[in-house]
Design a protein around this ligand. Structure first.
Ligand code: HEC
Ligand code: HEC
Length: 417
């Protein structure tokens, strides 16, 4: 019974949505558009077929779980993943060499960073909470709320090149210098050559530095992020037949999670605990966004200005406060919670849903309004009452989704140490 409940791929009727992998909505950078025009690959958009490509790389996933979707223009390879790992942890990729991707994505914290809002390499505070990076390969769209960001390699352009606010601070002035830092390193020359053998082979004229460019940097980092797949939590062991992997309390909490009382599974269902899931056997693309009642400034459904979720891209009133229902895997280690890190603990998250949204409070001194009355709030966030024991059971179940092996796995660790 448990297997059927949990592994139902999608609880809602799927709908076909056409997508275009354009970043220009969020970033008006000429550099990005020119890179995309010149065929910066890893296209997640224009999905016609979600086949898993053949390669020497093994995702090491259980047979019950579908393989992640891998775009045809960026097949997985051991060499590319390894190169991506080196780049992910390399501070030379930021303009002033102070930050790497790992500055905001720390392995022991499920690749989140433990702060409400991260600070970029030049000191600017970002508006959104750093996301954990487990099973990102299965997300239909990337980041907290961007329906058009369907390609991982495009996603990486954001932290690299973003100007408002600056993250790693790569720009038109320093990008040649940054490439030089990488391309003059003989270890990287070797790694790029091995990671992109097709581009390198066949011409006596090609030398290693020719394949060291931002398009290939992004492809390698996308392959690394895509490789960060794991199904090794206590919950997974239980799914695979080990009845002792979950405590009695966790089993009760699981039943609660998948019940019509709490409704959690409607938005955080399926094998990756998110309705926004895409994999190699996906037939219909689905990328839902929901308002879970965190804010209601002025009583008109508004969230804090400039951080209103999907609305920032569509301009539609009904999209105010709509965000991606993120995966709950590793949730225990990725506090604080929500798109702006405004909920400190999982206990508070459960209280918030039990109340049917966030009751009036202040975040950073600013009144939230009564989120429970947000007109855009999903009908699935209707509130419920649980005993203290039941709340504890639900909390314990959420903790069974922690993948301790992933947070220490040498395959995803810093290679420069
Ligand atoms: C200054 C902090 C910071 C740095 C540096 C940073 N990130 Fe992030 N990352 C974030 C934040 C914040 C988000 C959520 C962004 C949003 O929703 O707008 C995020 C989101 C992501 C996501 C989307 C995850 C998902 O589930 O959709 C990926 C993938 C990612 N980052 C990879 C990277 C890579 C690769 C680098 C290095 C090139 C990097 N990040 C550098 C803060 C950072
Ligand atoms: C209507 C869909 C919906 C339902 C039902 C729902 N959630 Fe969520 N959940 C979301 C969305 C959307 C977000 C992100 C919201 C944001 O950041 O503003 C979220 C965020 C979360 C987070 C924080 C994730 C993070 O990485 O910070 C947790 C934890 C969570 N939900 C747990 C639950 C639990 C437990 C239940 C059941 C009691 C539940 N959710 C029910 C849609 C839903």
């Amino acid at each position: 019974m448990k297997t059927k409940t949990v592994l139902t791929p999608l609880q809602k009727p799927a709908r076909l949505v056409s997508v275009s992998g354009s970043l220009s909505l969020t970033l008006g950078l000429s550099l990005i558009s020119s890179l995309m025009l010149t065929g910066c690959g890893d296209s997640g958009g224009q999905h016609t077929q979600y086949s898993a490509s053949q390669s020497d790389f093994d995702f090491r996933i259980p047979a019950s779980v579908p393989a992640p979707f891998v775009p045809e223009d960026n097949p997985m390879s051991i060499a590319k993943v390894e190169l991506g790992r080196h780049l992910f942890f390399d501070t030379r990729l930021s303009g002033n060499q102070t930050q790497s991707c790992a500055s905001c994505h720390e392995q022991e914290l499920g690749f989140a960073d433990g702060t409400a809002l991260p600070t970029g390499s030049t000191g600017e505070v970002l508006a959104r909470n750093s996301q954990g990076l487990l099973n990102v390969a299965y997300n239909s769209t990337f980041t907290w709320a961007n329906h058009s960001l369907t390609s991982l390699a495009d996603q990486h352009m954001v932290p690299l090149f973003a100007e408002f606010p600056v993250e790693l601070g790569v720009n038109d002035h320093n990008k040649e210098e940054i490439l030089l830092r990488i391309s003059t390193d003989t270890a990287y020359q070797q790694m790029f050559t091995e990671a992109f053998p097709d581009e390198f082979a066949g011409s006596a004229e090609t030398n290693a530095t020719d394949v060291i460019n931002f398009s290939n940097i992004n492809k390698a980092m996308a392959s690394f992020i895509r490789s960060m797949v794991s199904f090794n939590s206590d919950f997974d062991r239980y799914e695979q037949g080990d009845e002792t992997a979950l405590t009695e309390s966790q089993k009760r909490g699981m039943a609660m999670f998948f019940s019509e009382k709490t409704e959690c599974f409607h938005c955080h269902g399926g094998f990756n605990f998110s309705q926004s899931t895409l994999h190699s056997q996906t037939v219909f693309f689905e990328a839902p966004f929901f308002n879970n009642g965190l804010y209601n400034i002025d009583g008109n459904g508004s969230y804090p200005s400039g951080n209103q979720g999907l609305y920032e891209l569509t301009g539609k009133e009904e999209d105010k406060g709509k965000f991606r229902p993120v995966s709950l895997r590793n949730i225990e280690v990725t506090a604080p919670y929500m798109h702006d890190g405004s909920v400190d603990t999982l206990e508070e998250v459960i209280e918030m849903y039990a109340a049917g949204g966030r009751a009036p409070t202040t975040v950073n001194g600013v009144p939230t309004g009564d989120g429970r009355l947000n007109p855009n709030k999903s009908g699935f966030v209707g509130g419920f009452s649980l005993t203290e024991q039941e709340k504890q059971d639900l909390l314990n179940f959420l903790k069974s989704l922690t993948d301790k092996s992933f947070n220490q796995d040498a395959r995803f660790s810093n290679p420069h140490q």
